[in-house]
Design a protein around this ligand. Structure first.
Ligand SMILES: Cc1cc2nc3c(=O)[nH]c(=O)nc-3n(C[C@H](O)[C@H](O)[C@H](O)COP(=O)(O)OP(=O)(O)OC[C@H]3O[C@@H](n4cnc5c(N)ncnc54)[C@H](O)[C@@H]3O)c2cc1C
Length: 199
């Protein structure tokens, strides 16, 4: 199985692919693969994908994606993936169904890899999921250690990480304390059709 990292380095386009996950990355990659002519399915364990987004957009997308060819399956758990002698993959689903495919892409979320850095030994606080606890000016419990971006938890978005970097630079080097508000964050999902909800 692969993640979105490996998806950009595939040597061959598979004939069939199954994307597992219900976030925007799962939705986007299902659209990309389908657009490239791959027979694509998306499996999600919850009742409807894009959990934190507006309900009307989620419903509309769930109607529109199958029209483009993506087969959606919600309330579906993957129990096992088995490689067959011919190289194809068999997915064993929670309800007993078996699906055949040639590529499985997991897009079920990422966790900060902070556990083996010795941060806790320094006194930097970590949450259960490994994200670094900082105050509103991105300072950790150790005054000389700051953190910004995905690693502090919260919405994982490039412009947010960039803005936090600029705010921190302003605080540290210009003497103007700045913080980035998480209210009204615009975002887009590059699905087909594309949608633009508020995060
Ligand atoms: C497939 C995909 C699609 C996405 N699409 C969008 C999008 O359309 N729009 C959007 O806004 N956001 C998108 N994101 C999210 C976006 O990529 C992140 O929010 C953003 O990159 C966060 O920036 P960052 O600097 O916090 O972390 P990162 O960009 O992840 O940078 C962290 C860096 O630290 C390095 N690193 C890790 N551990 C160590 C270590 N121990 N020592 C040294 N270096 C280390 C990593 O290699 C990496 O280069 C997407 C993410 C993915 C995975």
């Amino acid at each position: 199985m692969i993640t979105s990292n490996e998806a950009f380095h595939l040597e061959h386009l598979p004939r069939r692919a199954m994307v597992v996950g219900g976030g925007y990355i799962a939705v986007e990659f299902a659209g990309i693969l389908n657009g490239l002519g791959v027979e694509t399915g998306l499996l999600y364990r919850g009742p409807l994908f894009l959990r934190h987004f507006d309900r009307d957009l989620r419903d509309t997308l769930a109607e529109e994606m199958p029209k483009k060819g993506v087969k959606l399956r919600f309330d579906t758990r993957v129990d096992a993936v088995e490689k067959r002698p011919d190289g194809s993959l068999a997915l064993q689903l929670g309800d007993g169904t078996r699906l055949e495919t040639d590529l499985v892409l997991y897009a079920t979320g990422r966790r900060p890899l902070t556990r083996d850095l010795g941060l806790e030994a320094c006194g930097v606080g970590l949450r259960e999921d490994g994200s670094i606890i900082v105050d509103e000016y991105y300072q950790s419990a150790v005054p000389s250690i700051h953190a910004i971006g995905d690693v502090i938890g919260g919405p994982e978005l490039t412009p947010l990480a960039t803005a936090q970097g600029m705010a921190l630079a302003s605080t540290l080097f210009l003497g103007e304390k700045r913080s980035v508000s998480l209210e009204n964050l615009p975002t887009a999902i590059f699905s087909q059709p594309a949608v633009a909800p508020w995060a």
